[in-house]
Design a protein. Structure first.
Length: 273
């Protein structure tokens, strides 16, 4: 069974992070199970903060593809890379209010073959930060939610980020809040959540922020699913060249959503084949 190209490597495993916060002894075997499952092509690296790397080395029973999440600035990079010795580090996600300093640190310290993303702050300085990242080997990282209503960007704000990245040929990843495929209001919190399928399809709008905002606002799973199925191979390559991945504390939830929308089909049981 092959995962459609639109969803391959889309779901970075953020099980350790809020709101899931799965204990490490549970998160590691769960990730290993994901990587052995029929949908393994959809699963990205295991995300781990700098302070948990020693525990991760002690817990993992098989090689893991790990991405280091470093919210404490560029000064965390060298110590975290040293602490990750023995792990298969495939990515670094670095947050630093001084984006030029983050780029310099990555240029000087990032091992060959390791991908990196720089988390950008929302607000007036975003365009300038995008300019700094443009032309570098690094992706932009943008928060699409959190534990408070104010952590969720509006459709217009997220669309402006997507369009700004497209204008600079700058790939990006998202983190937080993309719990389901389709835009919705969380009945428990009242928070407005973006849908990861909305974001995928909005990436096709390129520099047209108004068109991207319209897609981000769509709440019909049926319409979004049809649009996803209608994408050509070339369009899928463009979309995934822009929107590379997002962190999810539950790999199962987005897969279940795709299956419910008819976009992903688990293999039939052996007795039914």
């Amino acid at each position: 069974m092959t995962v459609p190209a639109l969803y391959r490597g889309l779901f970075d495993d953020a099980a350790l992070f809020p709101p899931g916060e799965l204990p490490l002894p549970e998160a590691v075997p769960a990730h290993e199970a994901h990587r052995a499952a029929w949908y393994a092509e959809a699963v990205g690296p295991f995300l781990c903060g700098a302070g948990r790397l020693a525990d991760l080395r002690a817990t993992a029973t098989a090689p893991l593809r790990v991405a280091l999440v470093l919210p404490g600035g560029s000064g965390q990079l060298a110590p975290a890379l040293a602490d990750a010795a023995g792990l298969t580090v495939v990515g670094v996600e670095l947050a630093d209010p001084d984006v030029p300093a983050a780029v310099v640190a990555l240029d000087e310290q990032l091992p060959s073959g390791v991908a990196a993303a720089v988390e950008l702050a929302r607000g007036d300085g975003l365009e300038a930060a995008l300019d700094v990242l443009a032309g570098t080997p690094y992706r932009a990282k943008f928060r699409t939610g959190g534990l408070a209503a104010g952590a969720f960007p509006t459709e217009a704000e997220l669309a402006a980020f997507l369009a700004g990245c497209a204008a600079r040929a700058l790939p990006y990843k998202c983190t937080a809040g993309l719990h389901h495929a389709v835009r919705h209001t969380d009945p428990a919190t009242g928070f407005e959540h973006h849908g990861f399928l909305n974001v995928l399809l909005a990436a096709q709008a390129g520099e047209d922020a108004a068109a991207a905002a319209e897609v981000l606002a769509e709440r019909s799973g049926e319409l979004l699913a049809k649009a996803a199925l209608d994408l050509t191979d070339d369009q899928i390559a463009v979309v995934r060249g822009r929107f590379t991945a997002f962190g999810t504390c539950s790999v199962a939830e987005p897969l279940d959503d795709l299956a419910a929308l008819g976009l992903l089909a688990p293999p039939a049981p052996l007795e039914d084949r």
